[in-house]
Design a binder for this molecule. Sequence first.
Ligand SMILES: [Zn+2]
Length: 176
Amino acid sequence: MTPADTAELLTFAAAFDRRTIGKADVLAWHTVLHDIDLQDAKDAVTAHYSRETRWIMPADIRQHVQAQRADTAADIQGPGLPAAIPDADPDDVPAYLAAVKEQRTRAADGQLRPRPVRELLAGVGRTVPTQTRQTGPLTVACPYCGAEPLRRCRRGENGLLVGYHPSRIDAAKATA
Ligand SMILES: [Zn+2]
């Protein structure tokens, strides 16, 4: 949130509790809530005043938003849900972990939604496509070092390259 967003949030809260808002309030709230999304914060205010009469404080908003993110992430990571494979080389542990983490962050943001049951049921009995289209440098062989698809780029005799040779990235883009 920007300071202007924080002022908007306080005005929104004041609609419920009739508090008066000064510059100092905006600054203090902004210090605590600068990394919170405005809409998430407004949702937290609405949730708070649908539950209790006590004036809402910045900590209430942080707690609500964090709980909300945990819930949303749990929806996507729950048991029985297909784990989407990150577009990263499993042998490259740091890159793979980074990709998984990035995916979970998106899940917590609500950008990844579990498919509704009706949609899943509609697919029953239908032919499943034999190949899922993947993109990225690992899907093609490297024209520079000769690494086969799904294998990392090589450097020297036994070394592995961090990342990919530029010509491989170009080759992958050409086939995408
Ligand atoms: Zn290569």
